[in-house]
Design a protein around this ligand. Structure first.
Ligand code: SF4
Length: 261
C-alpha cells in the first residue's frame, strides 16, 4: 500500500482525495448527558488541566508525525525514550531518510513492531520529500496518505501541530465515551463523530487531551478511581464506586499531562 501511495503523483493524489475518500457511515447515538451536564464536565476538566499537552516529545510537525506513528501499540514514555536521541540527529525528512531503515531501527528497536514502523518512517520521509516539498501537510485527507498514518494519527497532528480542533480516539477516549455514555459508539469513528457533536464548542480544542489524561490517570481501564474523580457526581456509569466529586483544583505537573517519564 505504501508503494502504491508513493507512485501516485501529487495531482493524482489530490484528485483521488476528493473522489476516493469514502463517506463513513455514521452511527449517531445519544449522549446520556444534558447540554448543561456536558458543559459542567468540561468546565471541571478545564480547571484541573488548564493547558493540557500531549505527552509525546517532538520538536516540529515532522517529528510529531513520526512520534505519533511510532506510538501505535506503544506507550508515550517508551516512544519518548527511543526518539529523544533519534530526533537530535534526524529532525527533517531528509536527515531521517539519510539514516536509512537500519539506522532508524537502531534507535527504535525497543518499540513494538519496530521493523514495520521503521519501514513506514522511511517511506513517509520519501513521500514528504517527493510529494509535499518536505512539509507535513495540514489536511486530514493528505495526512492519511502518508505510510503509517491513519485517521487517529492525522487528528493528533492536526490538533497539536496546526491547532485544528479534532478528536483523536485512542483506547482511553473510546473507553470513557462508552463507559460513562458520554458519546457511545461501536467503533472509534462513531465515537469520534459523536464526541464532536456533544462536546461544547469552546472546550473542543483541548477535549481530546482532557479525555486521554482522565482515562490515563483516573478513569483507568482496569479500575476506575472514582474517589479521585472531579465528575463523580455527574457520571452515569452504573458501576462507579463513588458519587462525591474530588476537590476541583489544578493538578500538579506530574499528572497534568505535561511530562512523561
Ligand atoms: S466517576 Fe468513576 S467511572 Fe465515572 S468518570 Fe469518574 S472515574 Fe470514571
Amino acid at each position: 500500500m505504501a508503494i502504491s501511495k508513493l507512485k501516485s503523483s501529487t495531482q493524482t493524489l489530490q484528485k483521488s482525495n476528493v473522489t476516493a475518500a469514502p463517506r463513513r457511515r455514521k452511527t449517531l447515538s445519544r449522549s446520556a448527558y444534558s447540554k448543561e451536564e456536558r458543559e459542567e464536565i468540561f468546565r471541571r476538566f478545564s480547571i484541573q488541566r488548564p493547558e493540557p499537552k500531549g505527552e509525546l516529545e517532538h520538536v516540529n510537525p515532522f517529528t510529531l508525525v513520526v512520534a505519533v506513528a511510532l506510538s501505535a501499540q506503544a506507550t508515550d514514555a517508551g516512544v519518548n525514550k527511543a526518539t529523544r536521541e533519534l530526533f537530535k540527529i534526524a529532525d527533517t525528512p531528509e536527515k531521517m531518510l539519510a539514516l536509512g531503515e537500519d539506522g532508524v531501527i537502531a534507535h527504535i528497536k525497543t518499540i513494538g513492531l519496530f521493523r514495520n514502523k521503521a519501514k513506514n518512517v522511511i517511506a513517509l520521509c520519501r513521500m514528504l520529500i517527493d510529494q509535499f516539498g518536505s512539509e507535513v501537510p495540514k489536511t486530514r485527507e493528505e495526512l492519511i496518505l502518508l505510510p503509517g498514518v491513519g485517521r487517529k494519527t492525522a487528528n493528533v497532528v492536526m490538533s497539536m501541530a496546526f491547532g485544528v480542533p479534532t478528536m483523536a480516539v485512542d483506547t482511553h477516549v473510546f473507553r470513557i465515551a462508552n463507559r460513562i455514555k458520554l458519546a457511545p459508539g461501536n467503533t472509534p469513528d462513531d465515537v469520534e463523530d459523536n464526541l464532536m457533536r456533544v462536546i461544547p464548542e469552546q472546550y473542543l480544542y483541548h477535549a481530546h487531551h482532557w479525555l486521554i489524561l482522565h482515562g490515563r490517570y483516573t478513569c483507568k481501564a482496569r479500575k476506575a478511581e472514582c474517589e479521585r474523580c472531579v465528575i463523580a457526581d455527574i457520571c452515569k456509569y452504573p458501576a462507579k464506586s463513588n458519587d462525591i466529586p474530588a476537590p476541583l483544583v489544578e493538578l500538579p505537573p506530574q499528572i497534568i499531562g505535561a511530562t512523561a517519564e
